[in-house]
Design a protein around this ligand. Sequence first.
Ligand code: CP
Length: 349
Amino acid sequence: EQQAAFARSLCLFRKGRAQNFLDQDHSDQIVAWYRAFEDVEDRAKVATLDEIKKLFVHARTFGEDLRASAELCRGMIAASLFYEPSTRTRLSFESAMLRLGGGVITAADMRNLSASKGESLADTARVVSGAYADIVVLRHSSEGAARLAAQYSSVPVINAGDGAHEHPTQTLCDLYNLWLERGRIEGLDVVLAGDLRYSRTIHSFAYALARFGANVVCVPAPGFEMPDYVLQRLREEFGVEPQRADTKSLGELASQSDAVYLTPQKPHQLSLFTDARGFAVARVDALYMTRPQTERHPNGAQLDSYVQIGRRQLAVEPLRDAVVMHPLPRRDELSEDLDSDPRAIFITM
Ligand code: CP
């Protein structure tokens, strides 16, 4: 149980801002919260919204002194298995474990692991979890890799991104930062923009926002619309029906896009947004931009219409007070003229 509790804590430690639960009598309550936004089969293992909000409060406290918990994981080891490139996710997990007083084992180049000799992920998970590590943090290019590894691992496995599927710990950080900025998540209006098809951070974030009762406007780059399987889960699990959105008010950001509005609210509650043309976007709390996930694109994917966001595009009325978020790394989709803009929180989040 202690190991599992530690695993759950580590997810938020990835940004160096979490609280550990080992000494706080929380371990029974926080059941498998690190899977809060994945499609876990056992719904009883999903953290409640209250539990997640408690985590945010603890995370904020932890952020006040990153060096205060250096004894909590002494003697514990995290295996950092990153089969895909990463800066933030990998280094933040490794930094988190070191800040807790534990150690990290990894391979500088995953091509040097036995996978290159044909070892299956299942066998790697068995071997690493057998005696080497107390927790595994896995990034992999295949959808479902973390779930598979968890089935064969004897220690907790954290999904640090599996293909185009999900990135739940990024979502915890995104939610946490949104909560810090706005003081709540319920009822916020959030625009998800860019490559909605292949961006795993978008998928996890959309489920989480739906769970919290936020409204989402999807503004995909042409050809990179939200996948049907994500929309289906939003519909079946959260009762969210996609509606056509009128995004004229968003100007250049949405000029090429077939935008849809995802809201947990019933139509009669939408008087502020509804007009004859569909759901008009009046005010946005957060704009979450994503890069084109070119490593997952089929050959010949067109990026000509991929929008670039800068101060000019944010000058329209609904975006005037929106915080600008991005899971990073960015390419050209976020202009550098935003770097000094107080609305841009993407570097520090
Ligand atoms: N947000 C994110 O996953 O970034 P990295 O690919 O750099 O880890």
